[in-house]
Design a protein around this ligand. Sequence first.
Ligand SMILES: Nc1ncnc2c1ncn2[C@@H]1O[C@H](COP(=O)(O)OP(=O)(O)OP(=O)(O)O)[C@@H](O)[C@H]1O
Ligand SMILES: [Mg+2]
Length: 310
Amino acid sequence: MTPPTLRFLGGKGGVGKTTLAAAVGLLESRRGLRTLVVSTDPAHSLGDVLSCDLGDEPRQLPGGLWAAELSGEIQARRRVEQVAHDAADAVPREVMPAVRQHLQRAADSPGTVESALLDRLTELIEQVPRHWDRLVVDSAPTGHMLRLLQLPDLLRPWIEGLARQRERARGADRMVAGMLGRSDDEPDPLLQRLHQRRDRMQRLAHRLRSDAAVHLVLLPERLAWAETVRAADALAAAGLRLGAPVVNRVVPPDESGLLAQRREQQDAVLAQVRHRFAADAVVEVPLLGGELVGATELGELVALLDRAGW
Ligand SMILES: Nc1ncnc2c1ncn2[C@@H]1O[C@H](COP(=O)(O)OP(=O)(O)OP(=O)(O)O)[C@@H](O)[C@H]1O
Ligand SMILES: [Mg+2]
């Protein structure tokens, strides 16, 4: 199977998604692949883990890896400007202040921010493979990630509904214009934009199914496993490809006392993970000492992923 060009690191809060996304990014970039790692978690910590300031625009770190923390808010504001610009041609000037106010409120709503974040991610996905060989996504915890990945499919019927409404309104305008003896065959920028957006979401949904893999990260604990199974089922039902799962912070086998007991419990979960996924595909990451911050400190993890055949 060809390696996916788009990788999403997902899982519960605090399991190591950001740390692993950074390490995977560093590994791919050290292999000479043009790699961009982006965070879509509104509570960004990718910059902290990579030890640099990141923003919405990708920036290159010493060593070659590119990184960014995407902002749904910034993108939502850009989109409001765009829609206001389109609306200015379509509605009377005196209602524009009200339209702007309405758009501003809409821009701040959670749904808009979420779909704007998806738009920004889509822009970057569309740059693969022209600008990037690999895109690694540090996702928000499971529920958010699932929603983001399902959003292209959820948005499509909604956009189509809007386009139909707009077409009906245009039809009525044309009829009135016809009765008045005028023709109204001007192209409609709003309708065009809706169609473009629908097609874009369709292409994105296709690429997420064909070029992407979602790697679920989990700690070897029973509750975490139960949630991982649910997430894996939901991703598979959505037609998304599951990449190698990562079991993180595994206690080494040669411990004694409390840690040995812990290891026994972990072994039971590890056996289930290997049973559900192909055993050789499961990546085990030991509990590491030291602070995993900065490219040098992440080196051990990068080497480990390399050896695991990532
Ligand atoms: N293998 C490991 N050994 C030791 N510590 C680890 C390991 N993996 C991650 N950590 C530490 O666990 C903490 C959580 O990791 P990280 O921030 O990557 O998780 P996350 O899943 O991105 O969390 P969030 O859901 O809050 O974004 C960090 O302090 C990180 O350094
Ligand atoms: Mg994180």
